[in-house]
Write a protein that binds this ligand. Structure first.
Ligand SMILES: *[C@@H]1O[C@H](CO)[C@@H](O)[C@H](O)[C@H]1NC(C)=O
Ligand SMILES: *[C@@H]1O[C@H](CO)[C@@H](O)[C@H](O)[C@H]1NC(C)=O
Ligand SMILES: *[C@@H]1O[C@H](CO)[C@@H](O)[C@H](O)[C@H]1NC(C)=O
Ligand SMILES: *[C@@H]1O[C@H](CO)[C@@H](O)[C@H](O)[C@H]1NC(C)=O
Length: 311
């Protein structure tokens, strides 16, 4: 099959609508599986799911073997050699960006409802330098990237992405079940590594007021929990959002932990050095503590993400 430039290609759905019976009446769980061609999974194990005499090497047989395996959520299938190797995790795990592969292997996995990272559900992923406001997207009611995960561009749930990637906005932002949210996790990533992590108490929060100091439970900055801050909010000020700083406006905001700038500005010395780059700019202190950004000790993150964990 030739296709000029598919982000991924979906083969017709393989729906396991009835329970399979194998061997001595073993029942397989009810699930829908999809196959993505031209993509392979980054963490493929060497475990061959089709080693038993019940497995004849067909896609269906491999799917059944995966269903039966307690640790299998997806596998990499090679039709030519009729092998199916178990993957670690699934395509809709945050950060597991699928990579381009030769046309001879297929990713096969269950279709899930949420993008997850363990117990955590991804509710937002922001991309730096793509020219689209993080805050406007956060507040764009009705916009949901996770209604159809089968067609989701995997760059939208990668820790890397590129500056052409859109923001990911989940339907959870419109629902925000404040009574059942336990915690909210905010992270920034640089070259795939987590550079900032803040965890908030989400109980009773709204989708815009969880990001505040009185809710902070864990912080990768050692001084932030008890610091006196001037700004600590998602709303921030003007185009400075997710803003955590001790400095007043007239001091040109140079003392801070992090900020997402949803516009290009040359108002302050530190932001002027970014003035030639498309927004958003995801600026963070590279120290364990507050930083003076005028001393250029700040980093520029590639991606931000927000997760919720339910009670
Ligand atoms: C393997 O088994 C499946 C299900 O019984 C059957 O549909 C398929 O034709 C078989 N494939 C091969 C290659 O024998
Ligand atoms: C955006 O991506 C292009 C292509 O990879 C690259 O040349 C450019 O430097 C990037 N811009 C920024 C601000 O990262
Ligand atoms: C989170 O907030 C709720 C409501 O204010 C409170 O009852 C609970 O103890 C807090 N949990 C933590 C871990 O701070
Ligand atoms: C913050 O202050 C409280 C009360 O003084 C103290 O118990 C706690 O250890 C401090 N936390 C940090 C991270 O310094």
């Amino acid at each position: 099959m030739t296709s000029p430039h598919p982000p991924f290609l979906i083969l017709p759905f393989l729906t396991l609508t009835s329970l399979f019976h194998l061997g001595h009446g073993t029942q397989v769980r009810h699930a829908q599986y999809h196959t993505w061609k031209y993509k392979s999974f980054p963490s493929v194990t060497s475990e061959n799911l089709c080693a038993s005499r019940y497995c004849n090497g067909s896609l269906i047989a491999c799917t059944v073997m995966c269903s039966l395996h307690p640790d299998c959520t997806s596998f990499t299938y090679n039709p030519a050699s009729q092998t199916c190797l178990r993957n670690v995790g699934d395509a809709h795990t945050f950060g597991n960006s699928l990579i381009s592969a030769t046309d001879d292997t297929h990713y096969v996995g269950e279709v899930l409802e949420d993008v997850r990272d363990g117990d955590w559900i991804l509710v937002f992923r922001g991309q730096s330098y793509n020219g689209v406001s993080v805050k406007d997207t956060w507040e764009a009611k009705g916009q949901a990237s996770d209604l159809d995960l089968v067609h989701l561009n995997f760059d939208l749930i990668s820790k890397l992405g590129n500056n052409q990637t859109a923001h990911f906005r989940s339907r959870w932002l419109d629902q925000w079940p404040s009574d059942t949210i336990d915690q909210v996790r905010f992270e920034l990533y640089k070259d795939g590594a987590t550079v900032v992590r803040l965890v908030f108490n989400g109980t009773g929060s709204s989708y815009t007021d969880w990001f505040k100091q009185s809710r902070l439970i864990q912080s990768s900055y050692t001084d932030l929990m008890n610091a006196t801050t001037k700004f600590f909010s998602l709303k921030g000020i003007v185009f400075r959002h997710f803003y955590v700083s001790t400095s007043k406006v007239k001091e040109c905001h140079q003392h801070g932990w992090l900020v997402i700038e949803d516009d290009v500005s040359n108002m302050c010395r530190w932001s002027a050095s970014q003035a030639s780059e498309t927004f958003p700019h995801m600026i963070y202190s590279k120290l364990d503590t507050l930083d003076n950004w005028n001393e250029e000790n700040y980093g520029l993150a590639d991606v931000m993400a927000v997760f919720i964990r339910l009670k």
